[in-house]
Ligand binder design. Structure first.
Ligand SMILES: *Cc1c(COP(=O)(O)O)cnc(C)c1O
Length: 389
């Protein structure tokens, strides 16, 4: 931390990550594995440190979205199983084998292509079959009239000599959303998935890992845990249900006050002149803006947490800075720490104000924001993403 310019940084609380993992593992019980979803740089938290922590804690699997994300983890010494949720072009099968990746198989044609490519390398590619039960994204179609054809395609994949089909999974579209229609849809997806797996089993295909539960299902449908669950946002201590489960936010986005000025009444602040002072206004300038991940749409309508309580953002959030109201906050001085979201102000609330979900806010914390990893109250690592050498 000493070497970092204390401009703006994201604190990643590895104790909170451990706490959350343990709660989720306890919730599903020892017979169900937890897949740590670390795609998108672990939702902005830093895939490496997150993966290292989850490996140490005994997560069953890691999930990433692409081969490149998986390679980053392997290059950093992560040896535990890694599932690639997204598509990998068949030309990359040699790399999938080299890096010991588990690939999602999303249709029969791709199974054929992967099998042939693996045969050319003389290897066997570990796979999980992805079933599309209603997300309408990747996966073997199986709804309605597609059921038999889906089962036949997946059974074909299971018999391919250069594929080791170890698992099967599906993904829910509305498991995190309330209401009877959403509940009915989730149950329909789950039933379809179970029927699909049963049909395959009756054809002699068996799976070590059947999994479908994302965070929403871990919260709302614990009975759908099967062999593994795949929580992402819950691991990071946010999303619906996180508070109720006693999870703690892992990321705190922090900055410091760089300048304090007192503006006269009737003075407009920032681009667009959206905010006009109505009294002498003690104003702090924060070195954080939308290029750091503080969304411009929150301009003039959110608060940040200072040592003296919440302070309103005044006017437009700029690319690199924003201004806050420090009237009646005498304890806040130049250099005081300010939390944009995190332990004291939930990212979920800020996301709701921005009309989005917490995922988008943590993922948006940008490259110039160093990640500072904390464990037992001490800094155990810092990750600067700018090339300073
Ligand atoms: C991203 C993702 C998850 C995790 O989703 P959360 O809502 O963060 O729990 C699980 N499964 C798949 C296939 C995903 O793409």
């Amino acid at each position: 931390m000493e070497q970092l310019l204390r401009r703006t940084w994201a604190e990643i609380d590895l104790d909170a990550l451990e706490h959350n993992f343990q709660i989720l593992q306890d919730r599903v019980g020892a017979d169900t594995g937890v897949v740590g979803v670390v795609k998108a740089d672990a939702y902005g938290h830093g895939a490496l440190q997150t993966a290292r922590t989850l490996e140490k804690l005994g997560a069953a699997y890691l999930a990433v979205s692409s081969l490149d994300e998986g390679r980053e983890l392997r290059h950093s010494g992560i040896t535990m199983p890694i599932l690639i949720l997204g598509h990998t072009p068949e030309e990359y099968v040699p790399q999938l084998l080299t890096y010991n990746m588990t690939q999602a198989i999303t249709c029969e044609a791709k199974a054929v292509a992967y099998n042939e490519a693996a045969a050319r390398c003389g290897g066997v590619l570990r796979c999980h079959i992805k079933v599309d039960t209603g997300m309408s994204r990747l996966g073997f179609l199986c709804a309605g009239r597609h059921f038999e054809e889906g089962v036949a395609g997946a059974a074909h994949a299971c018999r391919m000599p250069h594929l080791d089909v170890e698992g099967i999974f599906t993904h829910f579209a509305v498991s995190d959303e309330p209401g009877t229609a959403n509940e009915a849809f989730t149950r329909q997806q789950f039933d379809l998935f179970c029927r699909f797996v049963t049909a395959l089993e009756s054809r002699g295909c068996t799976f070590r890992f059947r999994h479908c539960a994302n965070s929403g299902a871990v919260v709302n449908y614990p009975e759908m845990k099967l062999d593994m669950v795949r929580p992402g946002i819950l691991l990071y201590g946010c999303g619906d249900g996180a508070e109720e489960l006693g999870l703690r936010p892992v990321m705190s986005l922090k900055t410091t006050v760089s300048t304090i000025k007192v503006f006269d009444p009737d003075c407009t602040i920032s681009y667009g002149r959206l905010y006009r002072t109505d009294r002498p206004t003690r104003t702090g300038v924060l070195p954080i803006g939308y290029a750091d991940g503080f969304f411009r749409c929150l301009s003039n309508r959110c608060s940040v947490m200072t040592p003296d309580g919440p302070a309103r953002v005044l006017g437009r959030i700029c690319m690199d800075m924003c201004m806050i109201d420090l009237n009646d906050k005498p304890r806040v001085q130049v250099g005081s720490e300010v939390e944009i979201f995190g332990q004291h102000s939930r990212v979920d609330d800020l996301a709701a104000l921005a009309g989005t979900i917490p995922y988008e806010l943590t993922c948006a914390v940008s490259k110039r924001v160093p990640r500072v990893y904390l464990q037992g109250g001490e800094v155990v690592g810092t990750e600067l993403r700018l090339y300073l050498e």
